[in-house]
Design a protein around this ligand. Structure first.
Ligand SMILES: NC(=O)C1=CN([C@@H]2O[C@H](COP(=O)(O)OP(=O)(O)OC[C@H]3O[C@@H](n4cnc5c(N)ncnc54)[C@H](OP(=O)(O)O)[C@@H]3O)[C@@H](O)[C@H]2O)C=CC1
Ligand SMILES: CC(C)(CO)C(=O)C(=O)O
Length: 292
């Protein structure tokens, strides 16, 4: 029975915890900052409610086979306080976050061979502690490695579609193109279909072009055909669709502006690639965050 501790039972962590509990072989525990007794996930009009083991004190935990880290990227340093009690010599960690810095963020705590970086596409929101709404299937891109295959096998629910890729870098940068462009919604506080306006579409195109240029310099294979696709998909999103960055702005929570836009400016500077749109997006979002 693989033992799995989910750190960060929010929209993504709560969704994955519920899906892991579908597999009765899994021994699942949750590491949270706020206690709750039941995990309720609604997807496709169906609500699943389960009693769950929730820890809020790391000293009450013990080493597990898998850690699933699903906090926001800027929360990793604090979440690392869970690692000593949860980690044994063979503990592996799946990092389920947006961005392209999964390994850079976690190698200070784990050897890279025990880190599984996970790119996830799963529109989800946390309504309250332990109450999640999932708005679609769960698609994950993971590297084609022994540990990643073992991670994917923890899930038996067909809603989880795992893509084993030999080019995880390109998959991560393709997702970052979506997330970088998604900043427009938080910048103008408008849902995804603001992309239907020519002004928003032009800004999204500029954000994506910068992301493609830096991603290519980082070794990703990125085709410019994703530009109109990302913009068209956003423009056609159901009315009111919010990405998680925009949801954080509306909820007056901190935002992942650094891992979704700032990273392009940071890496662009290393490669000598100008990234004025992503740099300004990160600066404006940081300003909005500090002056809600
Ligand atoms: N939501 C979405 O649609 C998608 C999100 N993602 C990405 O997935 C990642 C997670 O995002 P999401 O699930 O939306 O974020 P949420 O804010 O919904 O969840 C983060 C969770 O982590 C918890 N947390 C933070 N710090 C700690 C800590 N030290 N110990 C224990 N728990 C902690 C938070 O608890 P608390 O309640 O105390 O804040 C919260 O439950 C992000 O990188 C995001 O960009 C990717 C695809 C889609
Ligand atoms: C693409 C999207 C909107 C859902 O997977 C996302 O990554 C997010 O909300 O952070």
């Amino acid at each position: 029975m693989p033992s799995i501790a989910i750190i960060g039972p929010g929209a993504i962590g709560g969704t994955l915890a519920s899906l892991l509990l579908e597999n009765s072989d899994n021994k699942v525990s949750i590491c949270a900052r706020t206690p709750f007794e039941q995990l309720q996930v609604t997807a496709a009009g169906q609500t699943t409610t389960r009693d769950v083991t929730v820890h809020t004190d790391s000293t009450a935990t013990s080493p597990v086979d898998w850690i699933l880290l699903a906090t926001k990227t800027y929360q990793v340093p604090q979440a690392a306080n869970w690692f000593p009690c949860l980690s044994g010599p063979h503990t592996r960690i799946a990092v389920v976050q947006n961005g392209v810095e999964h390994l850079a963020n976690l190698t200070p705590y784990f050897p890279s061979e025990r880190i599984v970086p996970v790119i996830i596409d799963c529109p989800a929101e946390r309504r309250s502690h332990g109450q999640i709404v999932r708005h679609g299937d769960v698609r994950i891109d993971i590297p084609d490695t022994e540990n990643a295959v073992a991670f994917a096998k923890l899930f038996t629910d067909p809603a989880v579609k795992a893509n084993l890729t030999t080019d995880w870098t390109s998959a991560a940068w393709r997702k970052l193109c979506i997330n970088a462009a998604g900043a427009i919604s938080a910048l103008v506080n408008q849902p995804a279909n603001v992309a239907a306006t020519p002004q928003a579409a032009a800004i999204m195109e500029a954000l994506i072009r910068e992301t493609i240029a830096v991603g290519r310099a980082e070794g990703a294979t990125l085709d410019e055909s994703i530009i109109p696709t990302i913009i068209a998909n956003a423009a056609a999103a159901p009315a009111g669709s919010m990405n998680s960055l925009h949801a954080d702005l509306v909820a007056r929570r901190p935002m992942e502006w650094d891992s979704r836009n700032g990273v392009i400016a940071r890496l662009g500077q290393i490669h000598g690639i100008p990234t004025p749109y992503n740099q300004m997006a990160a600066q404006i979002l940081s300003l909005l965050e500090s002056n809600p």
